[in-house]
Design a protein around this ligand. Structure first.
Ligand SMILES: N[C@@H](CCC(=O)N[C@@H](CS)C(=O)NCC(=O)O)C(=O)O
Length: 276
């Protein structure tokens, strides 16, 4: 602490100068008008702070002692201001002090006091942790935005059928293989007459596929569309026709099987099951 009254007065002068500087800084950053804030900050950096540094440097020059205020509140307020407001809390000497050797020495002297250094390092660790968190949050936010864009561009699929495998299962499997989400609506037979009456299915049958609100019917047309959309159909037209051909055969088999099950007459059912 400053020894005699003169030294105490000098410490007060020094810390008053820092106090004024602090006020100028706060006035600049606290201005509600963003443009004015920018103007005031630029003025603070280009005029106010350099002028104050020259004044403080001169003030120290008049002091023959190297240990200016023996680590008084004046040194601490000087260091705290330049470290936090102009040095970004880092350990390096702030740019604003570089041309002022006495102020630089004073800054280094205060900074290198072990307890002060430990304190600054502790703050820096918190600051760095915060920076890392902010960085992670920004990266995460970017991913969320990309994912949202991707989701918005992805068609929304809704497949409606009965609670059986039947004519919808191969379509469901194609979605599963492609790893694409779809709404798997399974209509209870009791609810079917009402739904059928609603005209949701243009053919009056299921399955239907809604793609962003547009409706497709016919299981094999749906299958072929979904497979093409999700990259599971041959690119070659001949191979595509072969795939359609095979799907057509299966479709016929399914129809015959359905007809067999639908037939009340047990004899006809047995005959149908042999698929004639
Ligand atoms: N050719 C159509 C046939 C569809 C079909 O027969 N659907 C049946 C279930 S497998 C159905 O909706 N039955 C109820 C009805 O016709 O009211 C397709 O392959 O999608």
């Amino acid at each position: 602490m400053p020894g005699n009254d003169i030294e105490k007065a000098k410490a007060d002068i020094f810390s008053e100068a820092i106090y004024d500087l602090e006020n100028a800084f706060i006035r600049a950053v606290a201005d509600p008008d963003k443009n004015q804030q920018r103007v005031l900050m630029a003025k603070f950096k280009s005029e106010t702070a350099p002028k104050a540094s020259v004044y403080l440097e001169k003030f120290l020059d008049k002091n023959p002692k190297d240990e200016v205020f023996c680590l008084s509140y004046a040194d601490i307020s000087f260091f705290a201001f330049f470290n936090s407001y102009l040095g970004g809390g880092e350990l390096e000497v702030p740019e604003a002090l570089k041309d002022h050797p006495r102020l630089t020495t004073l800054y280094e002297k205060v900074r290198d006091e072990p307890k002060i250094k430990a304190w600054i390092e502790k703050l820096l660790a918190v600051l760095n942790l915060r920076r890392v968190c902010v960085l992670y949050i920004r990266i995460l936010h970017t991913f969320v935005l990309i994912f949202q864009t991707f989701l918005n561009e992805m068609p929304q699929y809704k497949l409606t059928y009965f609670p059986i495998r039947g004519k919808a299962e191969c379509i469901r499997i194609v979605f599963a293989i492609a790893g694409v989400e779809f709404e798997d609506v399974r209509v209870h037979p009791q609810d079917w007459p009402k739904l059928k009456e609603s005209g949701l299915s243009p053919s009056g049958q299921l399955p239907i596929l809604e793609v962003n609100g547009q409706i497709l019917t016919q299981s094999k047309a749906i299958l072929s569309y979904v497979a093409k959309e999700l990259g599971l159909a041959p690119e070659d037209n001949f191979q595509l026709a072969q795939a359609d051909m095979l799907a057509g055969v299966i479709s016929e088999l399914e129809d015959k099987l359905n007809a067999a099950f639908a037939n009340e007459d047990q004899e006809k059912k047995a005959r149908n099951l042999h698929l004639q």
